[in-house]
Design a protein around this ligand. Structure first.
Ligand code: MCA
Ligand code: AMP
Length: 494
């Protein structure tokens, strides 16, 4: 049964486009009709209403969604489409018409009845993607509605396959079930007192857990309103008049540096930061300007959100809070032995519980390596746990996973991209501290006759924008130990 909140024409607002929940369901059901029976579909996740409708439509149909970053370079995009074995690509109707075979005649303006039997075959034959992948295109057309009620798929079904970087190689597809997502969102709703009375505001990308799971599926599950502001600029956050705000530390740091925008957030109920460590100076600056002590929470693509401060509890700068409902955490030393939760011992954080992923697609080797002998997920983050259950993330075990602007970037993937250039002999990529981004992707390169700018362009032709080195240092040699291994710690320490 829909409530008056659901009927609001601005229940879900993405950029300048708003919709009520019943209409969103009708749009999404039309997509679901087309996808019926398809196991996986890719979607280019521009921050638009079509993306939200496409994702919701696939979830209604029980089809796993493979989000593709809109700025993914050709190599990254090809990997995601091939590795996921997506059967089709969801694209906004306008772009679908530019596909290599026209689908203009299909669907638009027809009644639900007219789109009866055979519609999914029509969809699958609607043309192929213009990106050379040869994938059939399924248009997301906001002129089409359907009244079909699709049966709810079981909680064990895969909802999302999210591609995420490891220390080496190409990104891996993390399989996230409907049940894991639902449990995570219900836990966050409880911890943050997130209710239908809230208006969530953010401007996060829609191909990660933060923006897509928390930021889109969250309001749909909780029943709150959503306003996605497009780009996460401080002025847009300020103008949106939300009760609940999400952002990565880079966004919060930019808001703290824009006092007028920060002051406009005084009327909010809760400001939440995640995806990377929130600097204490930003926490303090925003407390002074907004009157709010930020709620910080911690998670990973593979585990969803596992630890958080609570709306009804303390918020501590530099600490990420308590384990969420059903989640268990512990810390271990390098031999895997348990360490005490005394607030002082530092060890690798292991997590277990109902929000964990179901493994990496096609990567049993990586799966096995990501679990401890007793089956807990190894986060690779170094943490302390206090006697009161509060967690602090103190760093990462490996220098090869970089966090820049809240994006997770594998050093190995960027190094491989650089080494593909004929002039490059050696490359080592590290994250150097950066006041705005947390870490800045920095490449140390041994090369002949090529400039740093040319190398950045070269990487840009393969990988997404945020994976490009922001700085390239051309050096005569890389520091190596006696075994010939590059000593990245020396590069980081300068
Ligand atoms: C960006 N630019 C670059 C590079 N990166 N140029 C050269 N080299 C680069 N490496 C360009 C942009 O294209 C843009 O150009 C200009 O720099 C400034 O971009 P702007 O968008 O203002 O800032 P940004 O510095 O690129 O990005 C900051 C950001 C962004 C908006 C905070 O990093 C962001 O959206 N981060 C969110 C990441 C996220 O959602 N992570 C969640 C994963 P032009 O102006 O010409 O376009 S973590 C997760 O899901 C877990 C579970 C969790 O815990 O949440
Ligand atoms: P991703 O899979 O892109 O979500 O990245 C997960 C990683 O982000 C974690 O392993 C942490 O290193 C980092 N991370 C997420 N939230 C926080 C936080 N609140 N504080 C510190 N690091 C965080």
């Amino acid at each position: 049964m829909s409530s008056s909140m659901d009927e609001r024409p601005d229940r879900i607002r993405i950029g300048d486009r708003s919709v009520s929940l019943p209409r969103l369901r009708e749009w999404a059901a039309a997509v679901a009709d087309d996808l019926h029976g398809m196991d996986r579909v890719a979607i280019e996740t521009t921050p638009t209403m079509e993306t939200v409708v496409g994702v919701v439509g696939a979830l209604l149909a029980g089809t796993a969604v493979v989000p593709v970053p809109p700025d993914a370079g050709p190599r990254e995009r090809e990997h995601i489409l091939r590795d996921s074995a997506a059967r089709a690509l969801l694209v906004p109707a306008g772009e679908a018409r530019g596909a290599s075979r026209s689908d203009q005649a299909r669907g638009a303006g027809r009644s639900d009845q007219a789109r009866g039997a055979g519609r999914s075959d029509q969809a699958r034959g609607a043309g192929t993607a213009a990106d050379g992948s040869g994938l059939p295109v399924v248009p997301v057309d906001l002129r089409r509605t359907s009244a079909t009620r699709h049966p709810e798929p079981g909680p064990e079904r895969t909802a999302l396959i999210l591609y995420t970087s490891g220390t080496t190689g190409a990104p891996k597809g993390a399989l996230l079930s409907r049940g894991a997502i639902a449990t995570c969102l219900d836990g966050l709703a409880e911890a943050w007192r997130w209710t239908p009375d809230d208006l969530l505001v953010h401007g996060l990308p829609l191909f990660h857990v933060h923006g897509l799971v928390l930021g889109v599926l969250g309001p749909l599950r909780v029943g709150s309103r959503l306003h996605h502001v497009g780009r996460p600029q401080p002025e847009r956050y300020a103008a949106a008049g939300g009760t609940l705000y999400f952002g990565v530390p880079t966004i919060w740091s930019r808001i703290a540096a824009t006092p007028a925008a920060a002051r406009a957030l005084r009327s909010a109920r809760l400001l939440v930061s995640g995806s990377a460590a929130l600097p204490t100076a930003v926490f303090d600056g925003l407390a002074a300007l907004t009157g709010h002590r930020m709620v910080e929470r911690y998670g990973m693509t593979e585990t969803l959100i596992t630890v958080s401060a609570r709306a009804d509890g303390p918020r501590r700068p530099g600490a990420v809070g308590l384990a969420l409902p059903g989640v268990r955490t512990r810390i271990v030393d390098e031999q895997g032995r348990d360490l005490p939760a005394d607030g002082a011992a530092m060890g690798e954080l292991l997590v277990a519980g109902p929000t964990l992923f179901d493994g990496y697609l096609n990567r049993p080797d990586a799966d096995a390596a990501s679990r401890s002998a007793d089956g807990w997920f190894r986060t690779g983050d170094v943490a302390t746990i206090g006697p009161d259950g509060w967690h602090r993330i103190v760093g990462r075990a490996s220098t090869d996973l970089i966090k820049s602007g809240g994006y997770r970037i594998g050093a190995g993937e960027v190094e491989e991209a650089l080494l593909a250039h004929p002039a490059v002999r050696e490359a080592a990529v590290v994250g150097l501290p950066h006041p705005d981004l947390g870490q800045q992707v920095t490449a140390f390169v041994v090369a002949d006759g090529v400039t740093g700018a040319e190398l950045v362009d070269f990487v840009a032709r393969q990988l997404s924008v945020h994976k490009r080195p922001r700085a390239v240092r051309l050096v005569d040699a890389l520091p190596r130990n006696a075994l010939g291994k590059v000593q990245k710690k020396r590069l980081v320490e300068g």
